[in-house]
Design a protein around this ligand. Structure first.
Ligand SMILES: NC(=O)c1ccc[n+]([C@@H]2O[C@H](COP(=O)([O-])OP(=O)(O)OC[C@H]3O[C@@H](n4cnc5c(N)ncnc54)[C@H](O)[C@@H]3O)[C@@H](O)[C@H]2O)c1
Length: 272
């Protein structure tokens, strides 16, 4: 029976800050990995966001380091990996968390420049980080990557086209990467979060009304609201030795939203 096997490992979490106070998915994953004895490089394009995550990790007596980097820029990704290895001698884990709701619109009215920019943030950045992380993982003869997608990448029904398209790409990029790198002991998995109450949803635009929160909670099979911690716990499991036989998996963490809906009351049984 393997244990978590995480103590002494080295991880990179992208988007390890949160865009506002509170616990986002990247921040939660970084804090929880550090609690398991992982040294965590915290990448964020807005350095103060990652510094706030580091402050929590420091307070708990665990180890992390902040690197300011935009993960859409190849040289920045390469430099962040090099910095990790220079500091801690190895790289075992990559959590590709950066992602944005991005531009709205359907095929007819969306803005093409914004579409290209947001695809680069949501999809290309994950490939770029993997491009520089995998050669380091090969040196350890193994590693684990988790890509953060969304339930929006598993089905239609989203108001915009960019977000479900890009997250759907993350879903299948995960399977393709798992097939490429499985024989070298590198596991690649994906988490598809449902709507979790994080700064990403409550700090955007006009925020989120209590009515909307309540209606989402009531629509979930578990009748509860999720948080960044729920996603972070999934990350810890997937990168740990508990999941040593798990790769290419798309793991919804969504209170059952993709399993089905509560539906309406059953019709009366057939008369016989
Ligand atoms: N919150 C939800 O309900 C929900 C649902 C499904 C999926 N997700 C996914 O979770 C992930 C984000 O979660 P979060 O809570 O950490 O989000 P967040 O918006 O708080 O972002 C985390 C950090 O990413 C940084 N960032 C943005 N672009 C960057 C870039 N190009 N390079 C480096 N850093 C960058 C931001 O500065 C921010 O500090 C995304 O992939 C998102 O699509 C969230």
């Amino acid at each position: 029976m393997p244990d978590m096997g995480l103590t002494g490992k080295v991880a990179i979490v992208t988007g390890a800050g949160s865009r506002a106070d509170g616990i986002g998915n990247g921040r939660a994953a970084a804090i929880l990995l550090a609690r398991e004895g992982v040294k965590v490089l915290l990448i964020d394009a807005t350095v103060k966001n990652a510094e706030a995550t580091k402050a929590v990790i420091d307070k708990e007596g665990n180890t992390s380091m902040v690197v300011e980097a935009d993960v859409t820029v190849p040289k920045s990704c390469e430099a962040a990996v090099a910095r990790t290895v220079a500091a801690w001698g190895r790289l075992d884990i990559l959590v590709n968390n950066v992602g944005v709701g991005g531009s709205g619109g359907n095929a007819v009215d969306l803005d093409l420049e914004a579409w290209d920019r947001d695809l680069r943030i949501n999809v290309t950045s994950m490939m770029l980080m993997a491009r520089y992380a995998i050669p380091e993982m090969r040196k350890q003869k193994g590693g684990a990557i988790v890509n953060i997608a969304s339930v929006a990448g598993l089905r239609g029904g989203h108001s915009g086209l960019l977000y479900p398209t890009s997250k759907g790409a993350v879903v299948n990029m995960t399977r393709a990467m798992a097939a490429h790198h499985g024989p070298e002991g590198i596991r690649v998995n994906c988490i598809a979060p449902g709507m979790v109450y994080t700064p990403m949803v409550y700090a955007r635009g006009n925020g989120m009304s209590e009515e909307l929160r309540d209606s989402r909670r009531k629509r979930s099979l578990l009748q509860t609201e999720g948080s960044g911690w729920d996603i972070g716990n999934g990350v810890v499991y997937l990168v740990s030795d508990m999941a040593r036989w798990v790769t290419g998996v798309i793991h919804p963490i969504d209170a059952g939203a993709t399993a089905g809906s509560l539906g309406s009351p059953s019709p009366p049984p057939d008369k016989r």
